[in-house]
Design a protein around this ligand. Sequence first.
Ligand SMILES: [Zn+2]
Ligand SMILES: [Zn+2]
Length: 191
Amino acid sequence: MRLNQDLHIHTTWSTGDASVVPEQTVDLVARVGHARIVGISDHFEHVAEVWDAYAQEVREAELRLGTEVNGAAWVETALGVKPDYYIYHCFDTDADYRGLERLLASDRPVIVAHPNALDTDLDRVPPEAYVELNNRYVWRCDWLEFYGPYRDRFSFVLSSDAHRPNWLGQSVARRAAEELEVGEILVWPMT
Ligand SMILES: [Zn+2]
Ligand SMILES: [Zn+2]
Protein backbone atom coordinates (compact mmCIF):
# COMPACT_ATOMS: atom_id res chain seq x y z
CA MET A 1 0.00 0.00 0.00
CA ARG A 2 1.23 3.46 -0.85
CA LEU A 3 1.90 5.87 1.98
CA ASN A 4 0.30 9.29 1.86
CA GLN A 5 3.30 11.50 2.32
CA ASP A 6 7.04 11.24 2.95
CA LEU A 7 8.97 14.51 2.98
CA HIS A 8 12.11 13.44 4.82
CA ILE A 9 14.31 11.47 2.45
CA HIS A 10 18.03 11.66 1.77
CA THR A 11 19.76 10.77 -1.46
CA THR A 12 23.30 10.67 -2.83
CA TRP A 13 23.22 14.49 -2.77
CA SER A 14 23.93 14.13 0.98
CA THR A 15 27.55 13.49 0.14
CA GLY A 16 28.87 13.76 3.69
CA ASP A 17 26.38 11.31 5.20
CA ALA A 18 27.89 7.85 5.43
CA SER A 19 24.48 6.19 5.92
CA VAL A 20 23.44 7.04 2.36
CA VAL A 21 24.16 4.22 -0.10
CA PRO A 22 25.16 4.88 -3.73
CA GLU A 23 21.92 3.35 -5.01
CA GLN A 24 19.83 5.94 -3.12
CA THR A 25 19.43 8.32 -6.05
CA VAL A 26 16.62 10.79 -6.67
CA ASP A 27 15.66 8.65 -9.66
CA LEU A 28 15.36 5.48 -7.62
CA VAL A 29 13.28 7.15 -4.93
CA ALA A 30 10.97 8.54 -7.63
CA ARG A 31 10.74 5.12 -9.29
CA VAL A 32 9.90 3.32 -6.05
CA GLY A 33 7.02 5.75 -5.50
CA HIS A 34 6.33 4.51 -1.97
CA ALA A 35 4.18 7.55 -1.12
CA ARG A 36 1.76 9.74 -3.02
CA ILE A 37 3.59 12.90 -1.96
CA VAL A 38 7.36 12.45 -1.95
CA GLY A 39 9.87 15.12 -1.00
CA ILE A 40 13.66 15.00 -1.04
CA SER A 41 15.35 16.72 1.90
CA ASP A 42 19.09 16.40 1.61
CA HIS A 43 21.30 17.99 4.26
CA PHE A 44 21.60 21.68 3.48
CA GLU A 45 25.29 21.76 4.33
CA HIS A 46 25.87 19.21 1.55
CA VAL A 47 23.74 20.90 -1.12
CA ALA A 48 24.18 24.61 -0.35
CA GLU A 49 27.01 25.00 -2.84
CA VAL A 50 25.35 22.96 -5.57
CA TRP A 51 21.82 24.13 -4.87
CA ASP A 52 20.74 24.81 -8.45
CA ALA A 53 21.79 21.40 -9.72
CA TYR A 54 20.19 19.69 -6.73
CA ALA A 55 16.95 21.65 -7.13
CA GLN A 56 16.83 20.92 -10.83
CA GLU A 57 17.23 17.18 -10.39
CA VAL A 58 14.52 16.99 -7.73
CA ARG A 59 12.14 19.13 -9.80
CA GLU A 60 12.75 17.11 -12.94
CA ALA A 61 11.81 13.98 -11.01
CA GLU A 62 8.57 15.81 -10.10
CA LEU A 63 9.21 15.49 -6.39
CA ARG A 64 8.86 18.15 -3.72
CA LEU A 65 12.03 20.06 -3.03
CA GLY A 66 13.14 20.24 0.57
CA THR A 67 16.33 20.46 2.57
CA GLU A 68 17.31 19.55 6.14
CA VAL A 69 18.82 22.52 7.95
CA ASN A 70 21.20 21.74 10.78
CA GLY A 71 20.38 24.35 13.40
CA ALA A 72 20.68 28.12 13.59
CA ALA A 73 24.12 28.33 11.99
CA TRP A 74 22.64 27.42 8.59
CA VAL A 75 19.44 29.40 8.72
CA GLU A 76 20.66 32.58 7.08
CA THR A 77 22.01 30.75 4.03
CA ALA A 78 19.02 28.44 3.87
CA LEU A 79 16.71 31.45 3.68
CA GLY A 80 18.55 32.46 0.52
CA VAL A 81 17.38 29.42 -1.47
CA LYS A 82 13.84 28.57 -2.46
CA PRO A 83 12.83 25.06 -1.46
CA ASP A 84 9.18 24.03 -1.10
CA TYR A 85 9.74 23.37 2.61
CA TYR A 86 12.37 23.08 5.30
CA ILE A 87 13.20 20.26 7.68
CA TYR A 88 14.92 21.71 10.73
CA HIS A 89 17.23 20.33 13.41
CA CYS A 90 16.12 22.34 16.43
CA PHE A 91 18.65 21.68 19.17
CA ASP A 92 17.74 22.84 22.66
CA THR A 93 19.44 26.25 22.52
CA ASP A 94 18.04 29.77 22.38
CA ALA A 95 19.77 30.35 19.05
CA ASP A 96 18.13 27.30 17.50
CA TYR A 97 14.62 28.30 18.61
CA ARG A 98 15.26 31.74 17.13
CA GLY A 99 16.44 30.07 13.93
CA LEU A 100 13.17 28.15 13.80
CA GLU A 101 11.19 31.40 14.10
CA ARG A 102 13.14 32.83 11.21
CA LEU A 103 12.47 29.86 8.98
CA LEU A 104 8.77 30.02 9.87
CA ALA A 105 8.73 33.69 8.90
CA SER A 106 9.67 32.63 5.36
CA ASP A 107 6.11 31.30 5.03
CA ARG A 108 7.41 27.99 3.75
CA PRO A 109 6.33 24.93 5.69
CA VAL A 110 8.84 23.96 8.40
CA ILE A 111 9.00 20.46 9.80
CA VAL A 112 10.80 20.03 13.12
CA ALA A 113 12.90 16.90 12.60
CA HIS A 114 12.94 14.02 15.11
CA PRO A 115 12.68 16.27 18.21
CA ASN A 116 13.09 13.33 20.58
CA ALA A 117 16.54 12.65 19.12
CA LEU A 118 17.70 16.25 19.58
CA ASP A 119 16.16 17.03 22.98
CA THR A 120 14.04 19.74 21.38
CA ASP A 121 11.76 21.31 23.97
CA LEU A 122 8.38 21.19 22.24
CA ASP A 123 7.06 23.87 24.61
CA ARG A 124 9.34 26.28 22.78
CA VAL A 125 8.25 25.25 19.30
CA PRO A 126 5.54 27.48 17.78
CA PRO A 127 2.37 25.62 16.78
CA GLU A 128 2.77 26.72 13.13
CA ALA A 129 5.68 24.31 12.84
CA TYR A 130 4.92 20.77 11.77
CA VAL A 131 6.30 18.14 14.12
CA GLU A 132 7.68 14.93 12.78
CA LEU A 133 7.13 11.36 13.87
CA ASN A 134 10.31 10.00 12.36
CA ASN A 135 10.57 6.31 11.57
CA ARG A 136 14.32 6.26 12.12
CA TYR A 137 14.25 7.81 15.58
CA VAL A 138 10.80 7.80 17.18
CA TRP A 139 11.37 4.44 18.89
CA ARG A 140 14.30 5.91 20.81
CA CYS A 141 11.88 7.45 23.28
CA ASP A 142 8.68 6.62 25.09
CA TRP A 143 6.58 8.33 22.43
CA LEU A 144 3.47 8.60 24.58
CA GLU A 145 5.45 10.45 27.19
CA PHE A 146 7.46 12.65 24.81
CA TYR A 147 4.81 13.53 22.23
CA GLY A 148 1.59 12.81 24.13
CA PRO A 149 1.32 16.20 25.89
CA TYR A 150 1.48 17.93 22.48
CA ARG A 151 -1.06 15.90 20.54
CA ASP A 152 -3.42 18.89 20.23
CA ARG A 153 -0.77 21.55 19.83
CA PHE A 154 0.88 20.45 16.61
CA SER A 155 0.19 19.15 13.16
CA PHE A 156 2.12 15.91 12.91
CA VAL A 157 3.73 14.53 9.79
CA LEU A 158 5.17 11.03 9.36
CA SER A 159 8.56 10.55 7.78
CA SER A 160 10.91 7.75 6.87
CA ASP A 161 14.21 9.67 7.02
CA ALA A 162 15.35 7.10 4.49
CA HIS A 163 19.04 7.00 3.60
CA ARG A 164 18.75 3.80 1.57
CA PRO A 165 15.96 2.25 -0.48
CA ASN A 166 14.90 -0.31 2.12
CA TRP A 167 14.29 2.47 4.66
CA LEU A 168 11.48 3.91 2.53
CA GLY A 169 8.79 3.03 5.04
CA GLN A 170 7.06 4.43 8.11
CA SER A 171 5.92 1.39 10.07
CA VAL A 172 7.18 2.50 13.51
CA ALA A 173 6.14 6.13 13.02
CA ARG A 174 2.66 4.96 12.00
CA ARG A 175 2.35 2.78 15.07
CA ALA A 176 3.37 5.74 17.25
CA ALA A 177 0.81 7.99 15.55
CA GLU A 178 -1.88 5.38 16.13
CA GLU A 179 -1.06 5.04 19.82
CA LEU A 180 -0.86 8.79 20.18
CA GLU A 181 -4.16 9.11 18.34
CA VAL A 182 -2.82 11.88 16.17
CA GLY A 183 -3.88 12.15 12.56
CA GLU A 184 -1.35 12.56 9.80
CA ILE A 185 -1.39 16.06 8.35
CA LEU A 186 -0.64 16.52 4.68
CA VAL A 187 1.46 19.60 4.03
CA TRP A 188 -0.10 19.92 0.55
CA PRO A 189 -3.35 18.44 -0.69
CA MET A 190 -3.03 15.07 -2.34
CA THR A 191 -3.20 15.33 -6.12
ZN1 LIG B 1 18.06 14.76 10.96
ZN1 LIG C 1 17.42 13.48 7.82
